[in-house]
Design a protein around this ligand. Structure first.
Ligand code: A2H
Length: 253
C-alpha cells in the first residue's frame, strides 16, 4: 500500500428488491454494494458491477436504515470515518461470498443503464477499496477485458452461474471522447497493445496508465449534464453532485 492516503468515491449501487433468498435477512433496509472508484465522471457508462467470487463480504450498518455490502477491512476503515451505526465499530448483520452476490440487480447513480447486474471478476484485490468495483468498459481497460471474457465465453458464464441476460444486452456506452483514442478508449488501447486476456497483468498495467492519463488530460464528456466539457472540469463537478445528492460518499485508506 502507498504511504499517501488514497481517497476514493464510494458509489452506492442500490440492490433492487425483492431480495433473493440469501439476502432476505436484509429486507426492509436500503442495501447498497459500495463500489470504490477514482473516476466518478465515468458513472454514465456503467454496464455491471464486479465482485470477487471467492471473496468474503459483509453487510454492514452505516446508520439505522442503510446497509453497505463490502469487505470487513473497508468496513473497519469506514467505521473510523463516521460511516458506521456504532462509531469506530463495524456492525455486520450478514456475511456473503462474492458468489452469493452474482446476479444481484442494481440501480447505480448516473448509469444510463437503469438496471445492471453484479458479475464475477477474478482480479479484484481484497486489500484495496471495498472489494466491489463498478464496471465501465468504455474507459477502464480492466473492466473491458473482464467483460469481453464473459461476453465471448459461455463456459465462463456457466461456471459462475451468470445468466446471458445479465451480460449480453450490455454494450459498451461511449461517454468520453479522447482525440488519440476515440470514444471507446479502453477497447482501443487493449487492441493496440494486443492484450489477450484479463490476466495479462503487465500489459494491462501499461494500458491502464495510458488510458487513465489521456482520459483525464485530453478527454471530453460526450454525455450527461457536462456534455462538451473537458473531463478535467467535469470530474470535480460530477463528484460534488454525487456527494451532495447522497448517491456517493468519500472514503480514504
Ligand atoms: B476505477 P488504484 Cl472508468 N481491485 O473506477 C481491483 N480494482 C479495483 C479495486 C479492487 N479492490 N477497487 C477499485 N478498483 C478499480 C472506474 C475506472 C477506474 C475507470 C478507469 C480506470 C479506473 C470504473 N471501474 O481505475 O489502484 C476502480 O476502477 C484505474 C486506476 O487505487 C478504481 O477506479 O489506482 C481503481 O481500480 C482504483 O485503483
Amino acid at each position: 500500500e502507498s504511504v499517501q492516503p488514497q481517497e476514493y468515491v464510494l458509489i452506492k449501487m442500490e440492490v433492487v428488491p425483492p431480495f433473493p433468498h440469501k439476502l432476505k435477512v436484509l429486507e426492509g433496509k436500503n442495501v447498497y454494494l459500495a463500489a470504490a472508484t477514482l473516476r466518478p465522471e465515468t458513472m454514465y457508462g456503467q454496464t455491471n458491477c464486479w465482485v470477487l467470487p471467492d471473496g468474503n463480504y459483509g453487510a454492514f450498518e452505516v446508520n439505522d436504515t442503510d446497509v453497505f455490502i463490502l469487505t470487513s477491512r473497508s468496513a473497519l476503515n469506514l467505521a473510523y470515518q463516521h460511516l458506521s451505526r456504532v462509531p469506530k465499530k463495524p456492525t455486520c448483520v450478514a456475511e456473503f461470498s462474492g458468489n452469493d452476490l452474482i446476479g444481484l440487480p442494481l440501480k447505480s447513480p448516473l448509469s444510463l443503464n437503469e438496471i445492471i447486474y453484479a458479475l464475477p471478476m477474478l482480479t479484484i484485490l481484497t486489500d484495496k477499496g471495498t472489494g466491489i468495483v463498478t464496471s465501465v468498459p468504455s474507459d477502464s481497460t480492466d473492466d473491458y477485458m473482464a467483460l469481453q471474457a464473459l461476453v465471448t465465453k459461455s463456459a465462463l458464464r456457466a461456471k459462475y452461474g451468470v445468466k446471458d441476460e445479465w451480460v449480453l444486452p450490455f454494450n459498451i456506452i461511449p461517454i468520453i471522447s479522447i482525440p488519440e483514442f476515440g470514444d471507446k478508449s479502453a477497447e482501443k488501447v487493449c487492441i493496440d497493445l494486443k492484450i489477450k486476456s484479463q490476466h495479462d497483468r503487465d500489459k494491462l498495467a501499461e494500458a491502464k496508465r495510458m488510458a487513465y492519463l489521456k482520459g483525464f488530460t485530453d478527454g471530453v464528456m460526450i454525455v450527461g449534464e457536462y456534455n462538451g466539457r473537458k473531463v478535467q472540469e467535469a470530474k470535480p463537478l460530477i463528484k460534488s453532485k454525487l456527494l451532495e445528492e447522497g448517491f456517493a460518499i468519500l472514503y480514504s485508506e
